[in-house]
Design a protein around this ligand. Structure first.
Ligand code: GLN
Length: 492
């Protein structure tokens, strides 16, 4: 029944309703595919028993005519989301064997609507990374390979497991979190769609916190329509998250296929960065042509503070991380390493429990927040952040509906190829995506082509606050023109 794993969420939903197959069969087909794809290391925990129980309950509801909007749809959940009674580690040694007694609001919404949990997916430790190589559970191998080569490639990060699982057909959709690009960059690297919603659109409650003012949950799927379907379930007000916004959740799927005639699309000139590969420039040009052919108006715009976004992000994000990660002290969660007194127990636990990249972020964060440096770094970065946000507001104020940019400055790279000697080389992956988190805006990455080596590339659309609908309409135009990209199966 392997063809069941090739369905879209929309097709699975319809097939289940028409009783062409059961939710149990759909879950089984995925569990079998997952078993054969363990070499990818996309899942850090498979939950076959829970999947079977949830699918059975879905079949019962379908039989009664009581199906929810995602009834019987098998999904994967990034290991940053707490799942009640199911181990959640943020792929850190410090959270070893932590089993949350509560469910994140976003995942609870998915289960409320009938979705089925297949398992938890791998990510960079505490979502810090762009390649999934910082995970304590080992790296994820992308289902994609360069033409004629078998060099193992990264799936991107930090949501690398979710992206690889969706691309390799080990689930129909998955959740991710995006603090600086962790949904959009892996989506681009694996040839799938990934959306980072407006800050406040999805509840952060029950998601392991990295940088609270930047973190947002969002969906991954193989089509724009499928991300829209997932998004409708994931979004919504939550009184348990004070930054969650209380406005109605639109029917996002209705925006898919809507005309984009007359939409004004900004092309920010600052995204033409030095040393950008010609293929990325061509992809961007192609995207502009597609949108224009569909009736959009293209306008060159300026976002003058773009070049400060990455440096400012690497002050704000570590600052918030150092504060958020103070709670891992060996007392309340997971791993504890004994010491001669309480202070040495904290030190031993934190030194042994956190990986190198996480320790680097905590140290940078502590430094920029320290009394002598707060004004020079943290406060300064916050001011820069305000200017970045204002750049976007100025464009939207002039009638721009959305922006089109490349999603990443390159295609996927080989495991171990980047960031070894210089972490900045890795940080540069997010040069086109971090601005969106700094400004709190929605952004979507849509597959738009393959590079000369046969690897997927994505285009990013950036929208006005809470206007995910326009992104879905524009994204569908790109998808219709660019088509779909599926990796050659080499792992089973
Ligand atoms: N790559 C960025 C970082 O390492 C963003 C990660 C994310 O969005 N979670 O911080």
């Amino acid at each position: 029944m392997s063809e069941l794993t090739a369905l879209t969420i929309a097709a699975a939903r319809d097939g289940l309703k028409q009783k062409k197959f059961s939710a149990a069969e759909l879950a089984d087909a995925h569990l079998a595919a997952m078993e054969k794809a363990r070499a990818l290391n996309a899942y850090v925990l498979e939950t076959p028993e829970r999947a079977a129980a949830m699918a059975k309950a879905s079949d019962a509801r379908i039989a009664k005519g009581d199906a929810g909007p995602l009834e019987g749809v098998p999904l994967a959940i990034k290991d940053m989301f707490c799942t009640e009674g199911v181990r959640t580690t943020a792929c850190s040694h410090i959270l070893d064997n932590f089993v949350p007694p509560y469910e994140s609001t976003v995942s609870a919404h998915l289960w409320r609507d009938g979705a089925v949990l297949l398992g938890k997916t791998n990510n960079d430790e505490f979502a810090m990374g762009s390649s999934n190589e910082t995970s304590f559970m080992g790296n994820v191998t992308s289902p994609w390979r360069r033409q004629g080569a078998n060099t193992p490639l990264v799936p991107g990060g930090s949501s690398g497991g979710s992206a690889a699982a969706v691309a390799a057909r080990l689930c129909l959709g998955a959740t991710g979190t995006d603090t600086g690009g962790s949904i959009r960059q892996p989506a681009a690297f694996t040839g799938i769609v990934g959306l980072k919603p407006t800050y406040g659109r999805c509840s952060r409650w029950g998601i392991v916190a990295f940088a609270s003012s930047l973190d947002q949950a969002g969906p991954f799927a193989r089509t724009v329509r499928d991300t829209a379907i997932m998004m409708r379930s994931m979004a919504g007000h939550d009184p348990k998250d004070t930054t969650s916004i209380d406005i109605p959740v639109p029917d996002y799927e209705a925006a898919v296929g809507q005309s984009i005639k007359g939409k004004k699309i900004g092309i920010p000139k600052e995204y033409r960065v030095d040393g950008m590969p010609a293929e990325i420039e061509q992809l961007w040009e192609q995207g502009r042509k597609w949108l224009k052919a569909a009736g959009a108006e293209l306008v060159e715009v300026s976002l003058p503070h773009t070049k400060y976004a990455l440096p400012a992000y690497y002050i704000v994000a570590p600052a918030e991380a150092s504060s958020n990660l103070a709670r891992y002290d060996g007392v309340r969660y997971g791993e504890r390493v004994a010491g001669r007194d309480i202070a040495s127990m904290y030190e031993n636990t934190r030194a042994g429990g956190f990986g190198k990249e996480v320790r680097r972020r905590i140290m940078i964060g502590t430094y920029v927040l320290s009394a002598g440096y707060y004004d020079a770094y943290y406060l300064r970065a916050q001011k820069v952040r305000t200017l970045i946000k204002k750049d976007f507001e100025d464009c939207f104020g002039q009638g721009i509906d959305a922006m089109l940019t490349p999603a990443t400055p390159s295609a996927a790279f080989g495991i171990g190829e980047k960031g070894g000697a210089d972490p900045i080389e890795m940080y540069l992956n997010d040069v086109f995506t971090v601005t969106v988190n700094m400004a709190g805006l929605p952004g979507i990455s849509v597959p738009a082509g393959l590079d000369g080596q046969g690897l997927p590339l994505g285009l990013q659309l950036i929208g006005r606050p809470f206007d995910e609908e326009t992104l879905f309409s524009l994204g569908q135009v790109i998808e219709d023109a660019a088509g779909h990209y599926t990796p050659e199966k080499w792992w089973a």
